[in-house]
Design a protein around this ligand. Structure first.
Ligand SMILES: [Zn+2]
Ligand SMILES: [Zn+2]
Length: 240
């Protein structure tokens, strides 16, 4: 019996990945409702450019366009970045499970969690996930950013473009690198198969985690070089 339970649990995890208590009748896989409801959304005031929260609640009271020091020193290529949650606690664990375990079935619920909390200020022409290199795609079996982009594209009724922007150079995982190294690591790593398709369009890039913005900026550079009129970015979570 013990062996049978272990066998069944292998296919149907009953313990929450974060707190290890029973998942009960949670509507999402791998997480109990309490941990899933405990994700920390990022709230304002935020840098209008990169979405970084300001320390002081007064930061934007006199100048709503005031950008953070980092954006003023190194203006990003992405026009506006917004992250929905803080990369910590149970959300961090959910992203870890989603990407590295890998738990593909978390893609839909995580995209829904994003869509429920974001209000798009403009309606983009295209939603585009940050691509994986085909070698990484083979290792993981799916592109986590594409699953998020797919959910958001359906919810907001925006066409999804998933095979135009490609990662044509295999790079080290960004998590292994420091800030400056991350920008060098992804430099020239992307290409557009059909550049004419993005000319004059407003693109919304989707990624799972925003850390330095290096990957998103490299993609934005590529899209703007091809004539995209604006490139915004939306990520599930952000490191603070
Ligand atoms: Zn839990
Ligand atoms: Zn900023």
């Amino acid at each position: 019996m013990h062996l049978l339970n272990r066998f069944l649990n292998f296919f149907l995890p009953t313990a929450c990945s974060y707190c290890r208590s029973s998942v009960g009748d949670s509507p999402v896989p791998y997480f109990c409702l309490s941990c899933w409801s405990d994700f920390s959304p990022i709230s304002g005031p935020l840098c209008p450019r990169c979405g970084k929260p300001f320390g002081s609640p007064e930061a934007l009271s006199h100048s709503p366009d005031h950008e953070c020091l980092s954006c003023r020193r190194h203006p990003p290529r992405v026009d506006q970045s917004l992250s929905v949650g803080e990369f910590e606690g149970s959300l961090r664990e959910a992203i870890h499970q989603f990407k590295y375990r890998p738990c593909r079935s978390l893609g839909g619920p995580l995209a829904e969690w994003m869509a429920d909390r974001v209000r798009l200020t403009q309606h983009p022409d295209l939603v585009m996930p940050v691509p994986l290199h085909r070698k990484r795609l083979r290792q993981r079996g799916f592109n986590q950013s594409l699953l998020l982009a797919h959910g958001l594209s359906e919810r907001f009724a925006i066409p999804l473009s998933f095979d135009n922007l490609l990662r044509n150079r295999f790079t080290r995982p960004q998590v292994e690198l420091s800030g400056e190294e991350r920008f060098r690591n992804v430099s020239g790593a992307f290409a557009l198969q059909r550049p004419a398709e993005v000319e004059g369009t407003q693109v919304l890039l989707i990624d799972d985690v925003y850390t330095t913005g290096a990957t998103l900026n490299e993609c934005a550079q590529m899209l703007k070089d091809a004539g995209a009129s604006s490139v915004n970015a939306l990520t599930l979570a952000r490191t603070l």
